[in-house]
Design a protein around this ligand. Sequence first.
Ligand code: DQA
Length: 145
Amino acid sequence: MSKTVFLINGPNLNLLGKREPAIYGADTLEDVAHRCEALAKPAKFDLKSMQSNHEGQIIDWIHQARDEAQAIIINPGAFTHTSIAIYDALQAYEGLVFEVHISNVHKREAFRHHSYVSARAEGVIAGFGVEGYELALRRVISLLG
Ligand code: DQA
């Protein structure tokens, strides 16, 4: 049976490639999805890439993952630092969770240093640019493949 991974991106990440390129780089979210797809396919993983600017939509996708996905790779954007509701949804999820940040949040403003999601994640990647998504996916594949 093939395994499913949800790749969930939060607010403002739809602007990847256009938004503050000095911090987030020139690649778009579509580029990220294609590169992750190229890793997932030969490993026989089904990758579902999604992005929303809305907290409730992200929570609904995490609930959906309870029945449909063995792992979640999530970059919650600024909700990382604010959302107890996303943390609660992840607590109610039983699969693997990996948290990704494109930038090194610890090198930035103090308000980015705390993450609600890290207390639930098996692993956290920050500051590896968009390659962080592929690194997280490699880890999922080596744990579940
Ligand atoms: C981010 C870091 C967050 O602090 C910020 O709000 C984002 C992107 C990152 O990928 O580096 O939107 O999660």
